[in-house]
Design a protein around this ligand. Structure first.
Ligand code: B12
Ligand code: SF4
Length: 476
């Protein structure tokens, strides 16, 4: 190269000459020996239940995939974190939820005291917590690839989707299924009064289809045939969502999504039909049960006046119709429900939970209404009733932290306990299994049953958490 010619940065915009800073991003440390289990947190059966452990930090994996110079650590113990700091870092970044604020602050203090760390940064939803500001050198609100990349002299023009793996597990160690998680759009502008998503990112922006296709191809190559879309607003951009569904179909995935009932209601029949069509036409498919498998939807509450008050912008009948449609097609259903609105009494919750249980969903997640920082509900509750509990460990949707007019926090604990038992009974895992097997048989006879059985082998082949190649795969 001639000396007067400007040096060109590489394709990703990374300037090869600069020495990258040493940056470690980690999740909050874990207090428990076992990882957080989503099903365990939402059911009370000690006898037998499925497990859905949180083994990977999706946010940190996105950052690592797009900014490879970063080093990441997922769910370390405090000892592991302590040891890692000895290596010396220009920056330590902490990824945490509101309920992990205390752990994050302890980690930040420790990093400062260690003398081996330059700056301490905060990111993820914990960044919305009011009192953390002066404890960190930088606080990043929102999806952060493009906020972090400039610190490495990079720009991220198109987000690359990393492989993200989850398992359906059992308490006796046998994995039942393996899932590829998929994110297709980020942010939500709907503005439900209780939800932090619009405070975090209120302009939905779709992820590039090329990136989605690459990660689906990775899943396919690794024999992962089931994909779960975990967007807060899948379908918010309908054209993009339609293209994603076409890709899922092309890759013969069984897939489910988290979406609003109003969007799903218009789509369920079409997707269910798609599931049948290709098999009828050609019979050439390798995955005989591929197609839409079910959805998770926010039911939130059965009372229209409550939905209107929280600006959910949906009708209760529409939501119930969506659930009914899913079930009619034999599809999976997960429902999110909230108790503890100001108008609730013990009796009214009792009645509502009876109704929720009668829907016989595969899993019902019940949360106690919790004011979250920066949401309109936070201010409203503070002003009208007062928030008495500032221990953020209790801001996990399972505790009453404000002065409810009719129910005490101790009573709420009992009500929640009872409610979870009622809606997620011991028999629920068997009910769901029977539905899945029957559906597979109806869909493709013995080939369908063989496919479902093969999930167990796929899930137990090897542990993706331990596979160091996962983050190194070149998806671009
Ligand atoms: C998937 C999900 C889960 C999965 C997690 C699966 C997994 N393996 O990670 C499961 C089901 C286990 C789960 C559980 C819970 N969840 Co959850 N979950 C989500 C969901 C839908 C998506 C999160 C996600 O992975 N997004 C995709 C990634 C790419 O984005 P990200 O994590 O935000 O990361 C980006 C930025 O935050 C930032 N970033 C992240 N870390 C860092 C660190 C630094 C230093 C920097 C600079 C930047 C940065 O950059 C990343 C890339 O852009 C969100 C809703 C949402 N809209 O985000 C709720 C959400 C995060 N969950 C929430 C809650 C409350 C919980 C639970 C407490 C229970 C519950 N009630 O749902 C538990 C707690 C789990 C625990 N203790 O570990 C809340 C958090 C609220 C809060 N204020 O903290 C959210 C926002 C839902 C909501 N609207 O209430 N959850
Ligand atoms: S509850 Fe769902 S629709 Fe409402 S603001 Fe949050 S993410 Fe958007």
């Amino acid at each position: 190269m001639k000396s007067d010619e400007p040096e060109k940065p590489d394709r990703s915009g990374h300037d090869e000459r600069a020495v990258p800073p040493r940056v470690l991003f980690t999740t909050a440390y874990r207090n428990e020996k076992e990882p957080y289990d989503y099903i365990g947190a939402n059911s009370r059966s000690r006898w037998f239940r499925f497990r859905w452990p949180r083994n990977q930090s999706f946010g940190l994996r996105f950052l690592k995939q797009n900014i490879p110079e970063l080093e990441i650590m997922e769910f370390p113990t405090f000892d592991e974190y302590q040891k890692k700091l000895d290596e010396g870092w220009d920056v330590v970044g902490l990824s945490f939820y509101l309920s992990e604020t205390e752990e994050a602050l302890k980690m930040a203090d420790f990093a400062r005291a260690s003398g081996t760390v330059g700056e301490v940064w905060a990111g993820n939803y914990g960044a919305l917590t009011p009192e953390i500001g002066d404890k960190f050198d930088k606080v990043f609100v929102g999806y952060a690839e493009n906020q972090v990349a400039p610190h490495f002299n990079r720009t991220v023009e198109r987000i690359v989707h990393p492989p993200l793996i989850e398992y359906l597990d059992t308490s006796f160690g046998l994995k039942l299924n393996i899932y590829g998680a998929l994110f297709t759009i980020r942010g939500c502008s709907v503005g439900c009064k209780f939800c932090q998503a619009p405070c975090f990112c209120n302009k939905p922006s779709p992820l590039p289809l090329e990136s989605i296709e690459k990660v689906l191809s990775y899943y396919k190559d690794h024999k992962i045939n089931v994909v779960v879309i975990e967007d807060e607003s899948f379908g918010a951009n309908r054209k993009h969502a339609d293209k994603v569904v076409d890709l899922l179909d092309e890759y013969e995935m069984v897939w489910g999504c988290m979406a609003r009932a109003d969007y799903l209601r218009d789509k369920i029949d079409e997707w269910a039909e798609m599931r049948q069509m290709p098999r009828k036409l050609s019979g050439k498919r390798r995955n005989p049960v591929s197609g839409f498998g079910g959805a998770a939807i926010g039911i939130e509450n059965f009372h229209q006046e409550v939905l209107d008050d929280v600006t959910k912008r949906e009708r209760t009948e529409e939501i119930l119709e969506t659930v009914e449609k899913l079930q009619r097609h034999g599809l999976g259903t997960v429902g999110y429900y909230m108790i503890g609105f100001a108008s609730d009494t013990k009796e009214s919750i009792n009645e509502d939970i009876g109704k929720l249980a009668s829907l016989k969903l595969d899993l019902s997640q019940i949360c106690v209404l919790t004011p979250l920082p920066k949401t309109p509900l936070w201010e409203e509750i503070e002003e009208k009733y007062g928030i008495f509990d500032r221990d953020y460990h209790h801001y996990d949707g399972k505790h009453l932290v404000w002065n409810h007019p009719n129910i005490s926090s101790e009573e709420m604990e009992q009500i929640l306990d009872w409610s979870m038992r009622k809606v997620n009974p011991r028999t629920a895992p068997f009910r769901s299994s029977a539905r899945i097997w029957t559906n597979a048989y109806r869909c493709a006879g013995l080939a369908g049953m063989r496919e479902i059985f093969s999930y167990i082998f796929r899930a137990n082949r090897f542990d993706y958490r331990q596979d160091p190649r996962m983050l190194e795969v070149e998806l671009e």
